[in-house]
Each structure stands twice: as C-alpha cells, then as structure tokens.
Design a protein around this ligand. Structure first.
Ligand code: ATP
Ligand code: MG
Length: 391
C-alpha cells in the first residue's frame, strides 16, 4: 500500500496485476493524485473500513472476490463512495452489469490516463453534489420542523391565553367560596362539629388547587394585566438586574454566584420590557431550580447588526436528551405539583415568537444548560398591537 500527496480527491486503486497498477499509479501521481493501492477485493474492503476514500478505481477481473462483488459490498456499506470499473476490452457486459450494481462508470483496458483522470474528477464532483443535496435536505427538514413547531406553539398560545382569561373568573369565585366555608366552619358556634376537621381538610385542598390553577393562568396571562403593548427603549442589562433582584431570596438561599460576561455595559433594544422581563424571569427561575447550593449562572451577550444575543447558562443538572424536544410544550414539567406548572418555557417561546426573536437550548447532563435568546434590536409595534387585540 502506498500513498502520495497532491489533489484533494482520496483515491483507491484496486487491481491484482502489480505492473499495470504501478504504472497507472505513477501516472496518476504525476498528475498530483493522492492514492492508496490494493491488490484484491478483500484488501480494498478492509481499507474502506478504516480509511476515508472518495473514489475507487476497481478492476473487474480479480482472483478471490470479484470486482462486481466488491462493488456490491462497497455500495452496501459505503454508499457515498463512487466506483469506476476497469474491464477487459471484450467484457463490456461486465461494465453494464457494474453500472446496474451502482458503479459511476466503467472504462475498458488499456486505460487512457487523461480519460481516467477526468472520470475520477467527475465521480468526485458527483459525491460533492450529493453531499450538498443531503445537507440541504437535512437543513430544509429541520427548518420545516421548526416552523411547524413554532406555529403549533403560537396557536396553542393564543388558545390557552383565551382559556386562561375565562378561567380566572370562576377561579376567583371558587376561592371566595372556599374562604367563606372556612370562615363558617371555624366560627365558635361550630366548635362541636365532629366533621369540622374533615371539611377543613377539604377546603384546604380546594385552596391549594386554586393556587395552582391561578399560577397557570398568571403564567399564561402575565402577572400584571396591561391595556396596550409598550414598546420603548429597553436596557437588557437593567432588566436582568431587576429580575435578579426579584429572585434575590432564592439566589442568596442557595449561594448562587452570578457571573456577568456582557460584551458591553448597556444592551439597548426597542421592545416590550414587560415581556422580556417575563422571559428572563422564567429562564433564571429554571436555572436556579436546576442547581443545588454554590452553583453559578453565567450571563453572556453578543451582538449582530440587527440583534442582541443573550446567553443564560447554568451549571445545574442539565436536561436529558429525550426531554429536549418537549420542554417548550405546555404543561411539560419534571417538577412536583407544588413546584412547577410546565408553562414557563411555553410562555417564553410564545413571547420570543411574538417579539420576532429566537430561542435555542444546549444542555449536557450533569454539566449544565444554556439558553440562547436572540432579540431583534427593533420590534415592529403594529405587529404587537395586532396581537394585543386578539387577547
Ligand atoms: N435550566 C434548566 N436546567 C434543567 N432543566 C430545565 C431547565 N430549564 C427547564 N428545564 C426543564 O424543563 C421543564 C419545563 O420547564 P418550564 O419552565 O416550562 O416548566 P417548570 O419550570 O417545570 O414549571 P413553571 O415554570 O411553570 O414553574 C422543567 O420542568 C425542567 O425539567
Ligand atoms: Mg419554569
């Protein structure tokens, strides 16, 4: 086996006739082709199992496993490799059979070297085009999935916001009624009621569930109801400080270190500060929940011409790979009934989509998680007003 440097095409030359193979090899080398040689089908297949090759020039008539059989195995195991067959001049049928089995083309011996070089280049070009096509297809599939996911979440968002609105009223009535029952049952005149304890327990269950349902509607509607969207000059840095201020109790209790890694002090946007605060609140809350004591949260930023990109990284427990596709779904949570509703990231996703931003997540189990959020520097106000009318 020998190899020489030159062209970027990785070529494997397979022929059992040493003299013929060496001559072709030398001529190819003179034209700058890097190549590996093999003297039989078995050796060829062994090489392909351990080395990257783009094009195989393969003799059809060889002792042991024949060229056509070798070709079939190559196409089965390494379908991206192109194969050019070399046939005897009376064996055109071998060439045709080879093409049927997936060969790129065949040449008859004796081989005209420039003809071979051209074929090798064409075969390589074909590999590159196919790779590009595969990459484009994968990119399109990914993009289409993202669009479908976003549309699904946005329509779910609009629907659930409407439902949340409707649920708020009966929820308030249930809460008031539970309070009333509690008042009656704890009145001094009820002192001897033997079932008082049981009723009180029931009322407490109602109150606990009302609290959870309220958390859900609050998460969906936002804590403060606004009449109109407010697009103004927003400084992301100030918003992050404010949000962390609201979470100070939890941050201090777990002795979490906040590492500021911003590319500049002030990160200015024209956007909706209220909604951005909700995004930061949910992401920071999740980061805090994901870690025990002495963890750290890193806040990094960068900027492109039209956007500010923020990364909120934590060194918490991480998200299992199988959950990564579900975390933005409504009501997906790994937390207990009292701890989480599973709406935090759903709301974050909806807001980022409303603000024409983007969100991505990277996570490694046991190491931590980073959410990257991209805000356009200016949000179209008319779009936000339209959205507000729908609610
Ligand atoms: N930074 C993080 N580290 C580890 N897991 C996370 C992180 N962020 C989110 N998760 C996972 O994603 C799930 C969904 O998060 P999401 O914020 O939507 O809901 P939640 O935090 O469970 O409940 P809520 O936000 O309503 O209190 C979480 O239960 C958790 O399993
Ligand atoms: Mg959350």
């Amino acid at each position: 086996m020998n190899k020489s440097k030159g062209e970027t095409i990785r070529l494997l030359l397979v022929d059992d006739e040493d003299g013929f193979r060496m001559t072709i090899a030398k001529r190819l080398e003179r034209r700058g082709f890097s190549q590996i040689q093999a003297s039989c089908g078995e050796e060829c297949l062994a090489i392909l199992d351990r080395e990257p090759v783009d094009v195989v020039v393969l003799d059809v008539k060889m002792p042991g496993i024949s060229g056509i059989e070798t070709l079939k195995v190559i196409k089965q195991k390494h379908d991206k490799i192109q194969v050019i067959l070399l046939t005897g001049n009376v064996a055109v049928s071998d060439g045709i059979q080879g093409i049927k089995a997936g060969a790129y083309d065949y040449l008859t011996k004796p081989v005209e070297i420039d003809h071979l070089v051209n074929k090798v280049r064409q075969a390589f070009e074909m590999t590159r085009l196919e790779e590009q096509k595969t990459a484009q297809l994968a990119y399109r599939t990914k993009l289409e999935k993202k669009i479908v996911d976003t549309e699904r979440l946005v329509s779910l968002g609009t629907m659930s916001t409407g439902i949340a609105h409707e649920i708020n009223n009966p929820l308030a009535i249930i809460n008031e009624a539970a309070g009333f029952i509690k008042e009656v049952i704890t009145a001094p005149t009820m002192d001897t009621d033997s079932q008082k304890k049981a009723v009180l327990l029931g009322v407490e269950k109602i109150e606990k569930s009302v609290k959870r349902a309220s958390r859900i509607t609050h998460q969906l509607l936002g804590h403060v109801k606004r009449q109109r969207p407010q697009v103004s000059e927003v400084d992301l840095t100030t918003l992050m400080h404010e949000t962390l201020g609201l979470l100070k109790k939890e941050v201090d209790a777990k002795q979490i270190r906040i590492i500021w890694n911003l590319h500049q002090k002030k990160l200015t946007l024209w956007s909706d500060a209220y909604q951005i605060r909700q995004v930061l609140m949910n992401l920071l809350n999740n980061a805090i929940h994901a870690m025990g004591e002495n963890g750290c949260i890193t806040l990094s930023s960068r900027e492109t011409q039209g956007a500010v990109i923020l990364e909120i990284g934590d060194n918490g427990r991480g998200i299992p790979r199988e959950n990564l596709g579900k975390i933005f779904d409504p009501f997906f949570t790994t937390k207990s009934f009292d701890e989480g509703t599973g709406l935090g990231l759903f709301v974050v996703h909806k807001i980022m989509s409303d603000l024409k931003g983007d969100i991505e997540v990277n996570s490694t189990m046991g190491k931590g998680t980073a959410f990257t959020i991209k805000f356009p520097k200016t949000v179209d106000i008319s779009n936000l007003e339209d959205k507000d009318k729908k609610i």
